[in-house]
Design a protein around this ligand. Structure first.
Ligand code: GRF
Length: 202
């Protein structure tokens, strides 16, 4: 199976996915890493690992529709079975999300449906949460709302700041996301009634 990963920055989740795919010998290859920013740090890692990279800069396009259309064309050039959003910081148009329905995953740093959108760690602290975490979900038109594949939680500790809390969550993301993606490439995931069923007996 072909996986295309989209990033905007650091790319630590992309890195975790690349390493897991290699170490666990997934029946899949990372066909490309694509960024909407030429300065995304993660591009260097992909390059060093022999993974094709591409930049489709949103600032070069007059509208969200034009950007998404150009991005879709580049992605589809790699014939992906799965598109993985890994810190890809763009809101996607309904046409784009429909095109990849059932074959695009995202990781969001909160226990959805709590705290969609930005600044999730600040939101969790402001709400006085005792637990926080991350969610892997299929992408639909509504931001951070698609069918959930898996979640990981961490405690919120006294004295936590957004930085300490996000670091604790990120450690979990790096095992949560590769595992969910592996389930996808092993054909273990089914969506029924808007919910994901994971087949653990394959
Ligand atoms: C992660 O916290 C992810 O959940 C969120 O953006 C961050 C990306 O980090 N969507 P990285 O680029 O994978 O290091």
């Amino acid at each position: 199976k072909n996986i295309v990963i989209l990033i905007s920055g650091r790319g630590s989740n992309m890195e975790a996915v690349v390493r897991a795919a290699q170490a666990e010998q997934w029946p899949a290859r990372i066909a490309a890493v694509i960024s909407n920013r030429a300065d995304a740090l993660g591009l260097a890692f992909a390059d060093e690992h022999g993974i094709p990279t591409a930049v489709v800069a949103n600032k070069d396009y007059p509208s969200r529709e034009a950007f998404d259309a150009a991005l879709q064309q580049v992605i589809d050039g790699y014939q992906p079975d799965l598109v993985v959003l890994a810190g890809f910081m763009r809101i996607l148009t309904p046409a784009f999300t429909a095109h990849y329905a059932g074959r695009m995953l995202n990781i969001h740093p909160s226990l959805l449906p709590l705290f969609p959108g930005l600044h999730t760690h600040e939101q969790a602290l402001a709400a006085g949460m005792k637990e926080h975490g991350a969610t892997v979900h299929f992408v639909t038109a509504e931001l951070d709302h698609g069918p959930m594949v898996d979640q990981a939680s961490v405690p919120v500790l006294p004295g936590d700041t957004p930085a300490t809390l996000s670091a604790r969550v990120l450690v979990q993301e790096h095992t949560l996301y590769p595992r969910a993606i592996r389930w996808f490439v092993e054909d273990r995931l089914t969506i029924a009634d808007g919910k994901v069923i994971v087949d653990h007996n394959k």
